[in-house]
Ligand binder design. Sequence first.
Ligand code: ZN
Length: 123
Amino acid sequence: MNKKTDDRDDRPFLFWCYTYLMKRIQDLISVEKIEELASRSNFRYGKEIAKNGEIEILDRNAFNIVARVKDGGKQARIAELRSTTKGLRWKCTCSNRKDLFCQHIAAVGIKFSPDYLSETISD
Ligand SMILES: [Zn+2]
């Protein structure tokens, strides 16, 4: 009986998220979009990390990706990309500047972009 109430309560929230304000993270990121958000060097470096670095997913759902990014011998960073009601938001442990789209965020964004994934598969 309780279970039934829970199901009924959950559905409108998810429905609201999917249909109205929040897009799935997959719909917000693309290689092109990352290139737009990151500086030229951070984009290039991020692409390199996506290809050759270690990116370990710590948490992932339809609206959120949190990953540990390790580039060779450098210190590992935790980068996060999330879909909010205001669009794409990001943060990384390498900087306190909240608007900075660093190479770690670029790497995670590129790695999980739908177009990058299909490009890798077709290689
Ligand atoms: Zn970073």
